[in-house]
Structures are given as structure tokens and as C-alpha cells.
Design a protein around this ligand. Structure first.
Ligand code: PEP
Ligand code: MG
Length: 571
């Protein structure tokens, strides 16, 4: 049966391929009594053998596709499955008390995991996650449940998931993964941001895609309109193949602008820079004609691992980005953890409202060792390029002053120790909390620049969780309240001779760009893949026309009216 689901367009483009469900199956085990204990032990041994065969196949494939070192993890898993110290207690438990094998396996694994997690030695700690993975595989076999195996994907697919973690998305092989679609998430959730940086079309927040799609169904992901077709009719399929070709030819036109300036017809120039998450994203920045980096989200350095990155490790990453961009501006944002970005190894208590909680600069000002380590790494890297430092989630002037004072202290400390630090590093803030936008005048006297973080500014101004698709209708970038706050911040900056940028997703939004251009935004920071389309637009219009649109937009009452105004005026 053919059907259509609506979601949120998270990453541009069209993907057509077969569905691959990346959904964790239910592996809950219940304790049961077995009649024949010998037979239960044999069932367990068979499950181990099957799991081993699966793992060997995965290991061989990983070796071929990804190399020896990536395959080593599966080698470690195979060792666990051959280790009598781990397997015998499971069999003993079945023999002695007649419980089912999956229950005995889970119980034994939990004990081992707890023991390894408490060890000081990092190598031993990692064994805990090997045991967890292996246990999942064996229990799946015992329950006769299929586990998804993304590393075994060998044909073009569209990934279907509840949500994809940043590390899931980072592992997707672009050669085969043509698109993805999820139940939850919004345009600014991190999986969406990763999809844009990988240039994979994505639709998120469909609510029900995992329950409507089976492995192998034909899926169209329309990442431009936010639609997902399941088993489309031949007619729809044909129309979409044509749409895909049209999109590709537009992209080819935009690609010609890679070395051109971002300048309007009446000679008003702005800066189009990129948002990145890791040094690996630099290739995308260059290919898409980015004039620098307007937001380097450093939290990815801290994620998907078991401990904090060392000062040297951070220094290497910052140095790679700064020298990779040969003197072009690079705005590095200090650690913004919390909200939807968790670091399990910090063991922070759960909060009722994580987006309003102990996150970003709040955490850094309290956990000073973490913050100061990052500041030192940044200062040491500063001589390799054009570094600007930016603090996230600033709500009060005191927070900015404290953070800046720590930066000054670390700088003095390094210089005293004979370490060279660049002079005149600009220090700015993200404006993503309404209190800061409202008193931007006062902030502008003390900061070197502003970068407006609309992803958060919108959620805080309209009180609508950016991750919650039930209130996504309130997540309105074009709401006149947002436009007025943005205007206020830009004016405040210019009054003090400072610059104002924007690094929220709104900066790359083709409907918002005319207004932002008209309001006088100096720097637009967006997913690298949005840059050329934005440049093509900017080069086709006059700044004076955009000013007129922007001034009128500020006086309107609803986001809808703003959208219609832009549409009409640009016709
Ligand atoms: C923002 O809030 O607009 C922003 C750029 O930061 P993040 O999306 O990482 O919260
Ligand atoms: Mg933010």
C-alpha cells in the first residue's frame, strides 16, 4: 500500500531507495523456569555459535570496507564469546537453578559490566561496552529477534529510525545511505544538523515512520518539502525522479559560485561562513565556498567517548581547523553541553527541564577545570590562524565577564610560561537567550561580536521546545518577535562598531535571508551545503529592496504574514 507521511524537512534533496530499519528491537528478558536444563544449555551454546558466525561476517566486511583498525572492535567481541570465564557462569546458573538462558546471560553480563565499569584502567572500562554489545547479540539470538547491522549495509538504502544519535549519523556510509527519516526531532536537532553536513536528504519528526515501514519498502525522502512516500505509485515515483534531476541541475548552477563574493547587485557584501562539528567538515566548507567558519561546535570532541578530551587532543583539533582555513575567520564556541547534548561520563543528575538547566557556560563556570583546559587549548592554537572565541548561552553580563576573566587568566599563565598566544583575539557571545537580546546595547559595549543562535533563541522566546514536534508549529523563525530581537541585536552591535552574525539555522533559511540582509546582518553562518544556494540568492537581489522588506516585516503581526510578504515581494 502506498502512503504519505509529513515531517520536518531537515536536510535538502531527494532520496529514493529501499528502507533499512535502524530500530533497537525489544530485548527485554523475563525470568522463566525451564524443564530440561541440559537442553537449555545446548540452546545457549547454539546461540553463541550463531552469534559468532554473525560477528565473523561483520568483522570480515569491516576489514574490507573500513580497514583492520575499525574491524578490531569485532575481534574483541569474538574474544568475549570465546571466554569461558564469561560463558561458564551462565551455563552454571542454568544448570543450578533451572532459569532460562537469556535471563542467566543478562544477569551474568550485568555483573561483569558493573565490575569492569568500576575499574580505574580505561582499557578495562571499555571491556564493559564490549560485553554489553555481545550480550545484546546473544540475547537477540535466544529470543529469535533480528538486530540491525548498519555496518553490513551493501546496497542503497534510506535509514528509518526513532531518532539517530550524532554518532549513528556519523557512522553512516554515504555511498549506500541515500537518506534518512525519523519519528522524532526537529530541524535543529543534532541528527538533522549532521545530515546537512553529510549532505544526506532527511525528514525528521514524522512521528510514526518506524511503525509504518518494513525493511525493503521503497521510500522517497523529500528533504525539500518534508515528505516521506512509502511504496509510492509508479506515477509518484516518476515525478520524483524528475524532481531529483531538477534539483541536481540547480546544484550544478550554484556550484559555479564557489569562488565568487557574496555581494548584492548594489554592491553590499556580506560574509557566508559555515557551521562545523569536527575538523573533517573542512572539506565541505571549501567545496561549498565557505568564507570561514562562523560556528565550530566543539562539543563533538567531547561526545561518543568515555572521558574528557585532553588539552593536547583539543589543541590538535583546533590547530587543524585554524591552519586548514589559512587565515580565514574561525569562530570557536566553547563547550555547549546539556540540553539535547549529553555527556554520560560527567554523570550529571537528570533534570526536569534540561534546556533550562545546568548547561553550556553555566556548567563551564562551575566545572572550571573542564573550561580552563579548553581555553588553554584554544589559546595555544590561536597562532595558527584567525581565531575568535565565543561563549554559548550567555544570560547575564556577569557570566560574560567571568568567562572572559578566566580566558585572560589562562592567557597570562601561558605567556608567563613562554607559550606564544595570538594578540587581539576577538571574544564574543552567542545571543540565544532573550534577556541578552533585550539588553544587547549594554553587552555591545563589552563584547567584540555577537552571533545570534536562533535555534535556541526561538525556543526560549516562544517557549516551544525545539525537539518536541507537538509544539513545532510554535517554532517560528519568522515570528515578528524574533525579527525584532534580531534587529535589536544588529543595531546594538553597529552602534558600538562591532559586527553581528547569526549561526542558528535561520541564517541559511532562504525565506529569512532577504530579511536578515535587509536588517544588516554582517555574517551568515550555516550548514556548508546551504552556502552556494544562499550566495546565488544574494547575488541576484538589491540590498535596498531587502531593507524595504525587512522594515515592513518588523511591523507585521504574525509569522505567516511575514512569510507571505517575502514571497510576494520576491515574485
Ligand atoms: C543555536 O542555538 O542557534 C545554535 C547555533 O546552537 P546549537 O544549535 O548548538 O544549540
Ligand atoms: Mg544553542
Amino acid at each position: 500500500m502506498s502512503s504519505l507521511l509529513k515531517g520536518i524537512a531537515a536536510s535538502n534533496g531527494i532520496a529514493i531507495a529501499k528502507a533499512y530499519r535502524l530500530v533497537e528491537p525489544d530485548l527485554t528478558v523475563k525470568q522463566k523456569e525451564v524443564n530440561d536444563r541440559e537442553q537449555e544449555v545446548s540452546r545457549f551454546e547454539e546461540a553463541i555459535q550463531t552469534a559468532k558466525k554473525e560477528l565473523e561476517a561483520i568483522r570480515d566486511r569491516a576489514k574490507e570496507e573500513l580497514g583492520e583498525d575499525k574491524a578490531a572492535i569485532f575481534e574483541a567481541h569474538l574474544l568475549v564469546l570465546s571466554d569461558p570465564e564469561f560463558l561458564n557462569p551462565v551455563k552454571d546458573r542454568v544448570q543450578s537453578s533451572g532459569v532460562n538462558a537469556e535471563f542467566a546471560m543478562k544477569e551474568t553480563a550485568d555483573q561483569f559490566v558493573q565490575m569492569f565499569e568500576q575499574m580505574e584502567n580505561d582499557y578495562m572500562k571499555e571491556r564493559a561496552s564490549d560485553i554489553k554489545d555481545v550480550t545484546k547479540r546473544v540475547i537477540a539470538r535466544l529470543l529469535s529477534v533480528e538486530l540491525p547491522n548498519p555496518s553490513m549495509i551493501a546496497e542503497e538504502v534510506v535509514i528509518i529510525g526513532e531518532d539517530l544519535t550524532p554518532s549513528d549519523t556519523a557512522q553512516l556510509n554515504k555511498e549506500f545511505v541515500k537518506g534518512f527519516t525519523t519519528n522524532i526531532g526537529g530541524r535543529t536537532s543534532h541528527s538533522a544538523i549532521m545530515a546537512r553536513s553529510l549532505e544526506i536528504p532527511a525528514v525528521v519528526g514524522t512521528k510514526t515512520v518506524t511503525s509504518e515501514v518494513e525493511n525493503g519498502d521503497v521510500i522517497i525522502v523529500d528533504g525539500i518539502e518534508g515528505e516521506v512516500y512509502i511504496n509510492p505509485t509508479a506515477e509518484v515515483l516518476k515525478a520524483y525522479e524528475a524532481k531529483q534531476t531538477e534539483w541536481d541541475s540547480k546544484k550544478a548552477e550554484w556550484a559555479k559560485l564557489v569562488n565568487e563574493p557574496s555581494v548584492t547587485k548594489d554592491d553590499y557584501e556580506v560574509e557566508l561562513v559555515a557551521n562545523i562539528g569536527t575538523p573533517k567538515d573542512l572539506d565541505g566548507v571549501k567545496e561549498n565556498g565557505g568564507e570561514g567558519v562562523g560556528l565550530y561546535r566543539t562539543e563533538f570532541l567531547y561526545m561518543g567517548r568515555d572521558e574528557l578530551p585532553s588539552e593536547d587532543e583539543q589543541f590538535e583539533a583546533y590547530k587543524a581547523v585554524l591552519s586548514g582555513l589559512t587565515g580565514k575567520p574561525v569562530v570557536v564556541r566553547t563547550l555547549d553541553i546539556g540540553g539535547d547534548k549529553e555527556l554520560p561520563y560527567l554523570h550529571l543528575p537528570e533534570e526536569m527541564n534540561p534546556f533550562l538547566g545546568f548547561r553550556a557556560i553555566r556548567l563551564c563556570l562551575e566545572e572550571q577545570t573542564i573550561f580552563r583546559t579548553q581555553l588553554r587549548a584554544l589559546l595555544r592554537a590561536s597562532t595558527y590562524g584567525n581565531l575568535k572565541i565565543m561563549f554559548p548561552m550567555i544570560a547575564t553580563l556577569e557570566e560574560f565577564r567571568q568567562a572572559k576573566a578566566m580566558l585572560e587568566e589562562e592567557k597570562a599563565g601561558l605567556q608567563k610560561a613562554g607559550v606564544e598566544v595570538a594578540e587581539g583575539i576577538e571574544v564574543g557571545i552567542m545571543v540565544e537567550i532573550p534577556s541578552t537580546a533585550v539588553i544587547a546595547d549594554q553587552f555591545a559595549k563589552e563584547v567584540d561580536f555577537f552571533s545570534i543562535g536562533t535555534n535556541d533563541l526561538i525556543q526560549y522566546t516562544l517557549a516551544a521546545d525545539r525537539m518536541n514536534e507537538r509544539v513545532s508549529y510554535l517554532y517560528q523563525p519568522y515570528h515578528p518577535a524574533i525579527l525584532n530581537l534580531v534587529n535589536r541585536v544588529i543595531e546594538a552591535a553597529h552602534k558600538e562598531g562591532k559586527w553581528a552574525g547569526m549561526c542558528g539555522e535561520m541564517a541559511g533559511d532562504i525565506t529569512a535571508i532577504p530579511i536578515l540582509l535587509g536588517l544588516g546582518l554582517d555574517e551568515f553562518s550555516m550548514s556548508a551545503t546551504s552556502i552556494l544556494r544562499a550566495r546565488s540568492f544574494i547575488r541576484g537581489v538589491k540590498r535596498s529592496d531587502m531593507q524595504a522588506i525587512a522594515q515592513e516585516a518588523l511591523t507585521l503581526g504574525t509569522a505567516d504574514e511575514v512569510e507571505k510578504l517575502v514571497e510576494q515581494r520576491l515574485k
